[in-house]
Design a protein around this ligand. Structure first.
Ligand SMILES: [Zn+2]
Ligand SMILES: [Zn+2]
Length: 298
């Protein structure tokens, strides 16, 4: 419908895929979201979830428009689905791959390597779609990308994720705004620039990899740095706790928060418990769930 956009989660896990009974309800695939608006398709991250998104897009008829894929960073859980993305092998498809590039990081070569021996037998000739690589300056203040029909994508850089940081994306359509902030860690909240970038979003998808207990290593805060951060602490891993996500959502005054990028060791039941805790700090919190679609209306 005109003026609305639809987000579908195809992969909600962090780190590595976890199929099986413990993850049946919320899903075991790694990061990938599909946004559909104004007849256009935008994919955020290309973890194993993108495989199912590709199947969905392959069955679509009607006008063929480019599929825009935006990558937050190149860790394997965010790119490992690319060689299995069905539109790559469709000669009628056009794919634009937007990715962070900082000087000397060789991102394009790293992405192409996914299709080359020894990782894959496909080779670049085996890609049948028209594939375009679009490097994004890994800095703030870069131009907004206009995808037509009023659909716009902006990005901001966040440095907490080792070692090259990530891009946070903001997608606008018909006055609605969605922000995708995964693989971020902000124990003291977001900086002013990132806060302003997110402020007032209709929907915030935010990293919530850890429970507070796991993040802090199960230790009670004590005197001195060593006592405060016991062995096993996940501090500095570049991921958030549910509480960090909830506090950022409240500080940025977003309308809805979706927790995302769950640690692969957590069962569905543990995620339910984490949701209950997050709702104490930000009431309109939900769990990202594989296969679930959300409509954003203005
Ligand atoms: Zn990740
Ligand atoms: Zn990562």
């Amino acid at each position: 419908m005109k003026g609305e956009f639809v987000l579908t989660f195809f992969g909600v896990r962090g780190s590595y895929p976890v199929p099986g009974n413990m993850t049946r309800r919320y899903g075991g695939n790694t990061s990938s979201l599909l946004l559909e608006a104004g007849g256009r398709s935008v994919i955020l991250d290309a973890g194993t979830g993108i495989i199912q998104a590709g199947r969905r897009l392959s069955t679509r008829r009607g006008t063929r428009r480019p599929i825009h894929i935006f990558l937050t960073h190149l860790h394997s859980d965010h790119i490992m689905g690319l060689p299995f993305f069905a539109p790559m092998f469709d000669p009628k498809a056009e794919i634009v791959l937007h990715y962070p590039e900082s000087r000397g990081s060789g991102s394009r070569q790293a992405l192409e390597a996914l299709f080359l021996p020894p990782y894959s037998p496909i080779t670049l000739q085996g890609i049948k779609a028209r594939l375009r690589f679009e490097p994004l300056a890994a800095r703030n203040g870069a131009a907004v990308i206009d995808l037509g029909a009023g659909l716009e994508v902006a990005h901001a850089r966040h440095d907490s994720h080792p070692r090259l940081g990530v891009l946070i994306y903001r997608v606008r359509f018909a006055g609605g705004r969605l922000v995708y902030a995964t693989d971020v860690e902000s124990p003291a909240g977001f900086s002013g620039a990132i806060h302003d970038f997110i402020a007032g979003a209709d929907l915030l998808v935010h990293d919530a990899q850890y429970s507070e207990m796991d993040y802090f290593g199960g230790g009670a805060p004590g005197a001195g740095e060593a006592a405060r951060w016991p062995a096993g602490s996940r501090r500095g891993f570049g991921h958030s706790t549910v509480s960090m996500a909830a506090r950022n959502a409240a500080a940025c005054r977003v309308k809805r928060l979706y927790l995302f990028h769950y640690d692969p060791r957590y069962s569905d039941g543990q995620l339910d418990e984490m949701l209950a805790l997050a709702r104490r700090e930000f009431r309109r919190t939900f769990l990202a769930q594989e296969g679930k679609s959300i409509t954003i209306r203005r």
